[in-house]
Structure formats: C-alpha cells, structure tokens
Design a protein. Structure first.
Length: 687
C-alpha cells in the first residue's frame, strides 16, 4: 500500500505543479484582442478598415457572421473531433505518429485547432518540446474559453500571407467582402492558405495556391463532403489575385468614430449621404481652385448623431490629410445668433427692438460693416439677417464678452483666444475674434434647433439613445431659440434659390454665414428640419482667399447639403423632439429700443403702405419724390438701406429706378429710426 500512497502523493504534487504553472504562466490570450477595426455606417455597410498598430490586417472573427459551410469544411479537414476533445485529440495524435512512422517522414502533426491556436499565440520552432508546450497551452485555453471562443480566436489569428491574418482579413483581401457566403473553391483556398501561407499566396505564388486548393478539394471529396462535379468545378475555378483593397471611405469621420475602439464599430454615419457630400465637397473645392478645401458636418438634432462628416474635400489637395472639422478657425459672424439669444433671455432685447447701426468706438475698438456702409436705426431681426457688425458688438457689450465666452465653453464650444492678443475675451468675439471648430459650431447650432439645449456630438450608434435622453446644458431658453430660428429662416437666400417656405417639399433652413478677417475662412451654418449643418471653405494653411465670402462660397453648399440630407434622411419639417409653437408674442419687458432712447422720428411722406406713381405724366418725366419727416435734429434718409440723394437745397429726393416694393427709413441724430414700406408703380425698369 506504500506505493499507492507514494503514487497518490506524486500525482497530487504533479497536479499542484500544473496548477501553479497554469497560474504563473497563463496563455497570452490578449494577443487576440489586438485587432483591426472595421467601421460601418449605421446600417452595417462597410466604410473603412483600420489596421492594427503594427500594420497588420486582423479582424475579430464572429461565427455568426461566417459561412457555416466553411466552418464545417474546416473542421472536417483540420479537427474532426474539435467539439468533443479537451484540447488534445489523443486518438488523432497516435494516428499521426503511426502514419508518420510508416512513411518515414512527418505526414500529419496531429495538432488540434486549440493546439494551433496556442502556436499562433506563441510562435515557436516545430520541435517535440514545442509540441509538448502547445499541448499544455491547449488545456489551459480549453479551461478558459468556450469552444466557440476558441474557434473564433483561431479564425482571428490564422496567417494568410504577409500582413493578412484571420479569415475576415483574407476574405476582404482576396474576395473583396465579408466571409458570410463562400463558394467551394473559396472555402478550399481559405483552408489551404494557412497550412503554407507564403508558398500558397495567390497574389505571389499562384502555382502554389492552385496546388494547395486542389489538395484540399481532393480531401473534401474523399471525405464525402464534395461530389465529383462540385470538386471539379472548385479545382478549375478562377484564382483570385488579391487585388481587392480594404474599404477606405469617410476617412476622417471613421477615424473619429473608431477612436479607442477595440473591434468593429457601427458608426452613426449614413453611407449614401456621406458619399454624396464627399463628392459635393470635391466638386466645389476643384471649382474654387487655389488649393481650396471644403469641410462639412450634418448632425441629427434629436440624437446628436453625426450623419455625415467630410474632413476635407480630398486628401490629394494640400492639407487634405487633416480633419478640418476639428481645426479651430475664426468663425466670422456665425456666433451672432447666440449673442442675440442671450440678450433675448436677459429681457434686454427682442426681434423688433431698435438698435443703432452707426459708427461707434468701443475704447480702442471700432467695428465696421462688411460693405463699409451703415443703415442707421434697424430692428435686431434685420441686423441679424443682414449680419450687421455694430449692432452685434453693441449686443455683446451689453451681454458681456466674458460671460458669453464662458457660456459657449460650458455648452461645449470654448472660444480660443489668440496668444498674441489679450487673453481675456473681448468684443471682437462678435465678429469671429476667437477660434472654434466646425464640430463645436455644430454643437451650438444643434442646440439652437433643440430648444436651446447643448449636447456633445455622437459618433457611434450605441450612444444615440443615451444622448437623446440626456438633458444637456441650457445654452438659451426655448423661446429665444424659437425667435432666432424664425429670424434666420427669413434671411436672404442664396442667389437663384427660392425661399424654402415658398417651395413645395423644400427644407426650411435657418442659416447664418460668416467670413473671417482677410477672407481666410468662409462659413455657413444652420438648422434644416431635424439636422444641423455646418460648412467651411478655405485653405488648410490659413492663407487668404480675397473676395471669397461665406455667402458666396459656403452657403450654396449648405443648401445643397440640406437638400441631400432631407432626401436621404427625411425630417424636412420641425425636429421630432423640439416642435416649436411659432408664437408671435415677444418676451415680456423687452425694450422697444436697445439703447433706451426717446421717441423715434416720424415719417410724413411717403405714408406707410402707400402706392406711389412714378411713371410719365402727359408725356413729361415724373418728378422725384421729396421725403419729409420730423424728429430730433436733422434726419438722414435711406432707401432699402442705401443713403438717399439730396438736391442743392439739401432736401432728400428719391426717383425710383423701377417698380416694386421699397423700405424708406429716417434716422435722427440719436440713432433712432422710423421705417415705412411703400409700393412704386409705373417706374421704368433699370438698365
């Protein structure tokens, strides 16, 4: 009985040693976690494949996404008892040793799928000690993973030549698609390749590939897996050349969606819209020339999901490898709506509040309008629609530039003040005197379309529902957001574009343009139904493009993008989660005038809504109209914002050049304005 005790002790010691070795030297399963990333659109359509940091193509395998016929054939050839053995197939091992001894050479190694997986995790020379280590590792792997997980790990790591590893990478490289449906010849090739990957590569060693495929086809035929006709067809089928490239669309957007990913990513992008906007950006960039780039974003407002993101018009153009939606640039006048929204929230202004558009100095800062002209007394709604600079600076001075900058930062759009300037936010913020990215502008305009609630952008489908339920940061009140949207929807549309409200099924777009100092950046941003859209046009190096404004270059692209977003995504009307009441009432307590001045001047002639005849009378040319009014000091007169001519006596005289509707304004010395609208009949058409 002593020998039995000694045997038991020895066996216990052996088990203890094995347990200790297993804990001290666990199998390096983590290698299977380092994989390439396949980014798809929200419907699962492949957009871009991203290699591992070591530049290998290796995608995580999923048995549910692999042709089951391939799996059956693989196990028939490589490991018939895979589902039943514990890592080592002792029956197969004995048979392999016996057949090799009879042949005088190694005929079969007897390695199971699990043992091969161990070898792939820790490559070693093919020696007897290495085989023993693989057997030990196989038991360790079987104790830690299920059979499905082991097979998926094997199909993730299997070598297919060069830097191609795993079944999915091989299928993409040789067949241009996922391995969810495979033909007999493709199955045979994908089984044969890992046995001698460099010798059987179809792109480099076609003869070896043909021979290897034939050997597998013959084995499957002997096993009864293929009949004679299918086997012959598989042997003679066309051999792939490996010319297929991995998908590489939506380069910048997929890179952002794949950030910190450890496997496949289902992005929020819409592949069809993305493709159209990429083509649109490229078309316009080449039309503009002069190394111009175009970047744009389309964001679904209810979920903040990025549906399309064009980082550059083309990587072939200078700066094209940069994601220009993430580069801070001067936003020009695109922040003006948010200045006025804060003034609305404060109760210091409303859309019909009068505000001066006259030369004014703020200490050392004196803003000027883009066209070097001033309109006198205007409504805030008109100042915003026509992007007048002095009123915006006046409003920011009242709101406070530091407060405005802090509010933007809390909303997720922190203004970047130039190092060469005062680090404190100043009034130049109103005109683009700080840096913001297109993504940050998209956050702000999405908030404008969502009752004033600002939330981060979402790049993955898995985050959409969570963000849709999030409260976000209140950038402005719903009432102020509604007023701003209504003002921007009535802004002058691009040349040749009819206002959306007059066109059947056209998106209703509330937009604002911006042009930075020196024509370096041209912007258009807005809300179209359920979508916030931002377009930037410029050079990646920040060089000026003289004469290129946001209205002329970026705005037409925004309207085209809105049309295509509405076509592909729907949502032409109001956003589902932010139905506006369209109330006409203004905020209680809002000022009639921004500067709390006295009474506005009174226009005596022409009277409001008058119809004036300006045609010939009895063959004699009509005399010009003499404008008349009363107010504090001498009145300045404007016709549609353009100063009116005066005669030798200093009287304002107006001779309309053509029939139509006109706005006649009178501004007193205090900057107060009165306006009437009239219709002119009988005037000859100018030109």
């Amino acid at each position: 009985m002593i020998w039995l005790k000694r045997l038991a002790i020895a066996f216990a010691a052996l088990l203890a040693a094995a347990f200790a070795l297993d804990r001290i030297f666990p199998p390096p399963l983590e290698r299977g976690d380092v994989v390439s990333v396949m980014v798809t659109d929200r419907d699962g359509r492949p957009l871009r494949a991203i290699p591992t940091p070591e530049h290998h193509w290796r995608f995580r395998a999923d048995l549910d996404e692999i042709d089951p016929v391939f799996v059956e054939a693989l196990l028939e050839v490589e490991d018939q008892r895979f589902w039943s053995h514990g890592g080592v197939d002792w029956t197969g091992m004995v048979r392999a040793v016996w057949s090799s001894a009879l042949a005088g050479r190694v005929v079969s190694g007897g390695s199971t799928i699990t043992m091969q997986t161990a070898r792939l995790l820790e490559p070693r020379p093919r020696t007897i000690p290495s085989k023993l280590i693989e057997m030990f590792r196989a038991h360790q792997i079987e104790a830690r993973l299920s059979k499905r997980e082991i097979l998926e790990l094997y199909l993730t790591l299997t070598p297919y030549g060069g830097n191609i590893e795993g079944l999915r990478a091989a299928s993409w490289h040789y067949f241009g698609r996922e391995p969810d449906r495979l033909s007999d010849d493709q199955i045979a090739l994908l089984i044969a390749l890992p046995q001698s990957p460099e010798v059987r590569r179809p792109d480099l060693r076609p003869e070896g590939a043909v021979a290897g495929r034939k050997a597998i086809v013959s084995k499957l035929e002997r096993l009864g897996y293929l009949d004679a006709a299918r086997a012959e067809e598989a042997r003679t089928s066309h051999l792939p050349t490996g010319e297929y490239a991995f998908p590489a669309r939506a380069w910048h957007a997929t890179g952002r969606a794949a950030k910190d990913a450890d496997g496949d990513v289902r992005s929020t992008l819409d592949a069809k819209l993305q493709q159209e906007l990429e083509a649109l950006a490229d078309e316009h960039a080449r039309e503009f020339g002069n190394e111009t780039q175009v970047a744009m974003l389309v964001v679904d407002i209810p979920t903040r999901a990025v549906r399309a993101a064009v980082g550059s018009a083309s990587r072939d153009l200078p700066g094209g490898w940069l994601d220009l939606t993430a580069q801070a640039r001067s936003p020009g006048s695109t922040l003006k709506p948010f200045i006025y929204a804060m003034a609305f929230d404060d109760g210091s202004a409303a859309p019909d509040t009068r505000i001066s558009d006259l030369p004014k100095r703020f200490k050392s800062y004196q803003p000027d309008n883009f066209d070097r002209m001033f309109r006198g007394d205007v409504r805030i709604s008109e100042a915003l629609q026509h992007s007048l600079n002095v009123p915006a600076v006046l409003a920011l001075d009242r709101v406070g530039p530091e407060r405005f900058a802090a509010t933007l930062a809390l909303a997720g759009a922190p203004p970047r003040i130039s190092k060469g300037a005062d680090k404190e936010p100043g009034l130049a913020l109103a005109l683009g005197g700080a840096g913001l990215t297109a993504r940050e502008l998209a956050v702000l305009y999405a908030a404008l379309g969502d009752n004033g609630h600002a939330k981060p952008l979402v790049w993955r489908v898995e985050d959409e529902e969570k963000m849709a339920k999030a409260r976000g940061y209140r950038l402005m009140s719903p009432d102020s957001a509604e007023k701003i949207l209504r003002i921007l929807k009535n802004a002058p549309t691009p040349e040749g574009r009819m206002p959306g409200r007059l066109t059947a099924n056209a998106p209703q777009i509330a937009f604002k343009t911006g042009t930075s100092y020196g024509f370096r950046d041209a912007w258009a941003a807005g809300v179209s139904g359920d979508h916030a859209i931002v377009v930037w046009v410029g050079r990646a190096d920040g060089a000026p493009r003289p004469g290129a404004t946001g209205r002329d270059t970026a705005l037409p692209i925004l309207f085209e993008a809105a049309d295509r977003a509405a076509y592909h995504l729907g949502g032409n009307g109001g956003a589902k989660s932010r139905l506006m009441s369209q109330r006409a009432a203004e905020a209680k307590g809002a000022l009639a005038r921004f500067d709390r001045g006295g009474e506005a001047p009174e226009i005596l002639f022409p009277p409001r809504d008058a119809e004036l005849w300006s045609g010939d009378v009895n063959g004699k040319p009509a005399r010009p109209f003499v404008l008349a009014g009363r107010g504090e000091g001498k009145l300045r007169w404007y016709i549609n914002g353009v100063p009116c001519e005066t005669d030798d006596a200093g009287l304002p005289v107006w001779k309309p050049e053509q029939s139509g509707f006109y706005k006649v304004s009178a501004v007193d010395e205090a900057g107060r304005e009165a306006t009437v609208r009239v219709r002119v009949l009988g005037a000859s058409t100018a030109g």
